[in-house]
Design a protein around this ligand. Sequence first.
Ligand code: S3P
Length: 432
Amino acid sequence: MTARDCVTLRPEGPLKGEITAPSDKSISHRAIIFASIGKGISRIRNFLRASDPMSTLNAMSALGVEIIDNIDEIVVHGRGLYGLKEPEDIIDCGNSGTTMRLLTGLLSAQKFLSILTGDESLRQRPMKRVITPLTEMGATIYGRKDNSLAPVAIRGQQLRPIKYRSPVASAQVKSAILLAGLYIAGTTTVEEPSRSRDHTERILPTIGASIEVEKNRVSIRGPAELSRLDITIPGDFSSAAFFLVAATIVKDSEILIKNTLLNPTRTGLLNVMERMGVSFEILNTSEVSGEPVGDILCRFTSQLKATEIRPEEVPSMIDEFPIFSVLATQADGVSVIRGARELRVKESDRIGTMTSELRKLGAEIEELPDGMTIKGPVKLKGAVVESHGDHRVAMALSVAALVAEGETKIEGISSVEISFPGFYEKLRDLVS
Ligand code: S3P
């Protein structure tokens, strides 16, 4: 952390006006990867130029793909399924779990050696969840700590199809297996305990992959031949969520968040907010590049009700728990999160980090092995808090600061660049 890697915020507001959330991170990663292995020149509009998707872009360049940033669009000279080259060096995935896990799947089918590493956080995150099924498919993969942690070394092979029942609902695991499945003659199937985000299975069929979805099961029939991709990426609901909650809890706020992804595998927080009595409206719905999008109008809500998050709701709001926990501190009653053990292995242990940091602000919050309980409403009090290098923790604490008495200093805010460059500027625009 540098000397200036912090911000001091005071209660401010109301939030008023219109914003557009930054482009969707998950779709940005996938657009670059799929375009790279498609045939021909692909065009990606509204790509998220934040450090996570840039890790994917740089990785695909290192694999021999020509990618040109024309400001208004990213142009990818796709090399087809078999045109990637052995990278000359170790590929650095930065902080990005999506980059590392999806590429482990893709590289398992390439007949060359690749080594993937990442930052301190990523090198602690579980990789066995992709290494196990890919090894079962025939890939040779080595990792630290008994093949469970990065760096990972992948020697690609001719793979065989499997039917894999994943113990975790994870779009990263599902996508890694589907990427490998593109190269395999026959049907590769992944089943998950509940449905994770479905961007991979939405995009791949539009460029020629044969994919079948049945409840929580996705199958791919290969080998595929992918064509070029032409895609416009909508605003990221997970980024919009910080402003949705800010407008809900800061008195007299009313904001319009435009052009946001409304894919139901991502918007679990909206169902939860509805139960809590939050006042919001969905306007101008349409479909953009196969994804539902719309504007969200959100207002301050004075009487928020606590709620219980059911385990089956967890995947559709998996990235929203840091900001949900802030919302819950302002709701009447005890909010309970269960079945969310996955939060322990995100960019930080989000159960531990949100509990310890919100407590510093006076929240009544208890850790559970697979979730938390949060009692509200509580008048938060300013304090010095820490992001633990986690972008979503930094932004959630910044929103909490808007309703905390006095000054709150948030340390480690450079992590915000991972998904939301310009977050503080947008916040400032809305409160001024
Ligand atoms: C992502 C999937 C989720 C999510 C992450 C992005 C993706 O992870 O938390 O921020 O783009 O596939 P899991 O699939 O591991 O739950």
